[in-house]
Design a protein around this ligand. Structure first.
Ligand code: F0G
Length: 359
């Protein structure tokens, strides 16, 4: 398979870049869309607004091929599925896992089925799964219901699970931590991340620990996880029957990687906290308007959380804080339009338009 067009020199498949840390061998049939290597953007204006002591960096995962961090895990999961002779994959998803599974399956020639909670998946994500030719099923239930069915199906039928319970997904996603350390020269003091099914916080913590054990970094970060207040099972300490939040990507009541998320929090000396939908929307708008970085609502939970902790006096001294922006803002255009002031509609007349613009 041709992996790299000559014009994209400098970008290589994630698996090639971090091969020594990943469970692949020379025969592994790498399925890649040249994912990863996403920018770590220093956000000075945001830092000043939130807490001038902090140096906030944004790990902009929306710039992955399908617009979210899921591509890191999916290049691994689909590569291994092909290596193991699988012909079909399946996942439950709030949208981004499905989009990535659909795209990487298309590239590998695998059949892909995605189960989505009906009416609760952002438009951009649904369009991706459809365009990449996945079998899309809207389940009349929430994500937790869909995941339960998918787990039963993969027990009974020869279909590979590509949710983050698939350990290769976590292996791929841990590379986000490697990239942050490669750029900063060490781990940041704090790593802030939205928590939904809890695979990503698990993966980042694994990545940091592996780099630490390999002597690549001298310290480990404190992991700061944030759940939406209406979908915060880990913070509340019990599954939530009917999770609710505008951040549909993390509208999850019973996370699959619950235990490892708690371990990441406790081993790192960090915290997992809630952010309200209002706090999420404020951070979402702030990122776009103050830094020019457009992420989806769930992604803004990381910044909303840091803002909440800063206001409560959590940060005692100057520190680097990396916030993972997990998905691109264009994933959920409806929400963006809904939270923005309406635009004007005017005839194409110079005086009217100049007048409205106050020129
Ligand atoms: N941010 C975005 C944009 C997501 O899509 C997800 C999860 C998360 C954060 C949370 O990550 O689940 O590893 O804790 N989306 C999954 C999906 C559930 O199906 O796309 P997590």
């Amino acid at each position: 398979m041709q992996l790299q067009a000559p014009s994209r020199a400098g970008r290589i498949p994630l698996i090639e870049r971090y091969r020594e840390y990943l469970p692949v061998n020379d025969e592994s049939p790498i399925v890649s869309l040249l994912e990863g290597d996403t920018p770590l953007i220093k956000a000075d204006r945001l830092s000043r607004a939130i807490d001038p002591k902090l140096s906030i960096y944004l790990k902009y995962e929306g710039l992955n091929p399908t617009g979210s961090f899921k591509d890191r895990g999916m290049t691994m999961a689909i590569t291994k599925a092909v290596e193991e002779g699988s012909k079909a994959v399946i996942c439950a998803s709030t949208g981004n896992t499905a989009a990535a599974a659909a795209a990487y399956s298309a590239r590998a020639g695998l059949t892909c089925a995605v189960l989505l909670p009906k009416g609760e998946v952002a438009l951009g994500k649904v369009s991706q799964s459809m365009m990449h030719g996945a079998r899309v099923i809207a389940v009349t239930g929430n994500f937790d219901d869909a995941l339960r069915v998918v787990l039963e199906i993969t027990e009974k039928y020869p279909v590979t699970l590509v949710n983050s319970l698939n350990p290769y997904r976590i292996e791929g996603q841990k590379t986000g931590a490697f990239e942050i350390c490669d750029v900063l020269g060490d781990a940041p003091a704090f790593h802030a991340i939205p928590v939904g099914n809890a695979g990503n916080i698990t993966a980042y913590w694994k990545g940091y620990r592996e780099y630490y054990e390999a002597g690549k970094i001298a310290r480990l970060p404190k992991m700061l996880g944030f759940q939406a207040a209406g979908a915060a099972p880990i913070v509340r300490g019990r599954p939530i029957q009917n999770p609710e939040t505008i951040a549909t990507a993390i509208r999850i009541g019973n996370p699959a990687s619950w235990k490892t998320a708690v371990a990441a929090r406790d081993e790192s000396g960090g915290t997992i906290d809630t952010v309200t939908d209002d706090e999420i929307v404020d951070a979402y708008k702030m990122l776009a308007s103050v830094e020019g970085v457009f992420c989806e609502p769930a992604s803004a939970a990381s910044v909303a959380g840091v803002r909440k902790l800063a206001a409560a006096g959590y940060f005692k001294e100057p520190a680097q804080v990396v916030c993972v922006l997990t998905g691109h803002g264009l994933k959920d255009p409806n929400r963006a339009v809904k939270v923005s002031p309406p635009f004007m509609e005017l005839p194409p007349e110079i005086d009217t338009i100049a007048g409205e613009l106050g020129l």
